[in-house]
Design a protein around this ligand. Structure first.
Ligand SMILES: Cc1ncc(COP(=O)(O)O)c(C=O)c1O
Length: 397
C-alpha cells in the first residue's frame, strides 16, 4: 500500500527529539525553529510531559464522554488560571479544524443565523465550514462551497462596518486569527479587533478568536487577541496545546449556553489528551514560558533586524516572519540542508519562525549564526571582492 501523496516532504527521517533539537537517522542534529508547525510549545519530549503521559497510560488511556473524566476538569481549571478567563466554559476536541468547525457551528446554534464573516488570507482548517471560511480556493472542494461565508479585506474597518450595516441581522459569527499564520504572519490591528467586538455586541453576533496557531502563549500573552484588551466570545485552540499530542479545544463565553447533544466527539477530552495538555500548562507555568516567549521574541527580532536582505521583519513573541527576495529565495533550503535548521514558510516568500516557547538565548545565537552564514552564501559577493584583496593575497602567500 502506498501513502496518499498530499504532502511535499523533505527527504529527512527524524528519529529523536529533545528541547529545540531533532536528530535524523544518521545522528545529524537539527535546530527546530519551526516547532513542527507551531506545535512544539514546551520543547520536544519535555521530561515532565513524557512522565505525565507515561503515568496516565499505565492507568487508563481512554474512556468515552459518557463517564466523569477528572482530567477534563483539572485541565479546565488550569486553563482558566493561565488564560485569565475563569468564567469561560471548555469543550474539548482533537484538532484545530475541529475546534473551528465546532466554534462556527456553536455560533450558528446560538444565534439561529447562517452568515459567517471571514477575512482575506485567512486559514481556519480543512473540515467543511472551517475550510469554507479559509481564503484559499484550491483547498475548498465543491461540496464545501457555500454562500454563507462573506470574505472581507483583513484589517479593513470600513468594509467590516459596511458589512454589518447591511447584513448585521444575518451574521452568526466573525472568525479571525489574532496573527495570521499561513497568511504570512500578519497581525490583526487592535482597533480592528475592538471594532469586531463592538459590532458583534451591537448585532448579537459571535466573535470567534482563532488561536490555533497564535494562542497558547506563543506571542507572550495567552491569546494573541488579548493584546486588543477585549474578550472574544469563543477562542479556538490546538497546536501548542498538546506539544505534539493531538488535542484541541474551544473556550466559550458564559452567556452561550450548552444543551445535551449540541456538540460531541468520541475522542475529544480523553484521559491521555487531557493529561498531555495539562502537563503543557504545568510546564508553561513552572518555567514562565510566556514571559520567555516575549523576551526571546524581542531578542530574535532585534537580531534579525541587523541582517541585510531580510525584509519586513514582523510578528510578536515567538511568531515571527520576514520576506526574502531574489537570491535569498532559497534561504530555507540552505538553512535546512547546509546548516541543519528547520524553519517554516508562507507563500510566496515568507520565512516563518515558530520555535518552542522554551528556546534559549544561546539557541537563538546558534540560529543567527547559521542564518548569517546562509545569507552570505546566497548573496553574490560585491564587485570589489573580485579584485585583488585580502582573500587573494592570503591565497598567494
Ligand atoms: C490559524 C489556524 N487555524 C486552524 C488550523 C487547523 O488546524 P489543524 O491542522 O490542527 O486542523 C491551523 C493549522 O495550521 C491554523 O494555523
Amino acid at each position: 500500500m502506498t501513502l496518499f501523496d498530499v504532502y511535499p516532504i523533505n527527504n529527512i527521517t527524524i528519529s529523536r527529539a529533545l528541547d529545540s533539537y531533532v536528530w535524523d537517522e544518521e545522528g545529524n542534529r537539527y535546530l527546530d525553529m519551526y516547532g513542527g508547525h507551531a506545535v512544539i510549545s514546551i520543547g520536544h519530549t519535555h521530561p515532565h510531559w513524557v512522565q505525565r503521559i507515561q503515568a496516565q497510560l499505565g492507568q487508563i488511556a481512554f474512556y468515552s464522554n459518557s463517564v466523569v473524566i477528572p482530567a477534563q476538569q483539572a485541565l479546565a481549571t488550569k486553563l482558566a488560571e493561565l488564560s485569565g478567563k475563569p468564567e469561560f466554559q471548555l469543550f474539548l476536541v482533537n484538532s484545530g479544524a475541529e475546534a473551528n468547525e465546532n466554534a462556527l457551528k456553536l455560533a450558528s446554534f446560538h444565534t439561529g443565523r447562517k452568515k459567517i464573516v471571514a477575512f482575506s488570507h485567512s486559514f481556519h482548517g480543512r473540515t467543511s465550514l472551517a475550510v469554507a471560511a479559509t481564503d484559499n480556493k484550491a483547498i475548498v472542494a465543491p461540496v464545501n462551497e457555500t454562500e454563507n461565508v462573506v470574505f472581507l479585506p483583513f484589517n479593513d474597518e470600513a468594509a467590516l462596518a459596511a458589512c454589518f450595516a447591511e447584513q448585521g441581522h444575518q451574521i452568526a459569527a466573525v472568525i479571525i486569527e489574532g496573527i495570521q499564520g499561513v497568511g504570512g504572519i500578519v497581525a490583526a490591528n487592535n482597533s480592528f479587533l475592538q471594532l469586531i467586538r463592538s459590532l458583534c455586541n451591537a448585532h448579537g453576533a459571535v466573535y470567534i478568536a482563532d488561536s490555533v496557531q497564535c494562542g497558547h502563549g506563543r506571542t507572550g500573552q495567552f491569546f494573541a487577541h488579548d493584546a486588543a484588551g477585549v474578550d472574544a466570545d469563543v477562542y479556538t485552540m490546538a497546536k501548542g496545546m498538546g506539544n505534539g499530542f493531538p488535542v484541541g479545544g474551544i473556550l466559550i463565553a458564559p452567556d452561550i449556553k450548552p444543551k445535551h447533544g449540541m456538540l460531541g466527539t468520541t475522542f475529544g477530552g480523553n484521559h491521555l489528551a487531557c493529561t498531555a495538555a495539562l502537563a503543557v500548562l504545568e510546564v508553561m507555568q513552572q518555567q514562565s514560558l510566556m514571559a520567555n516567549a516575549a523576551e526571546m521574541g524581542r531578542y530574535l527580532m532585534e537580531q534579525l533586524s541587523a541582517v541585510e536582505g531580510l525584509h519586513n521583519i514582523r510578528g510578536r513573541g515567538l511568531m515571527i516572519g520576514f520576506d526574502v527576495e531574489g537570491p535569498l529565495k532559497d534561504l530555507r533550503k540552505v538553512l535546512l540542508n547546509t546548516f541543519h535548521v528547520f524553519t517554516g514558510e508562507a507563500k510566496p516568500n515568507v520565512v516563518r519562525l515558530l520555535p518552542s516557547l522554551a528556546i534559549t538565548r544561546p539557541q537563538i545565537d546558534e540560529f543567527m549564526h547559521a542564518l548569517r552564514a546562509a545569507v552570505e552564501q546566497l548573496t553574490p559577493a560585491p564587485i570589489h571582492n573580485h579584485n585583488i584583496g585580502p582573500r587573494e593575497t592570503l591565497l598567494v602567500t
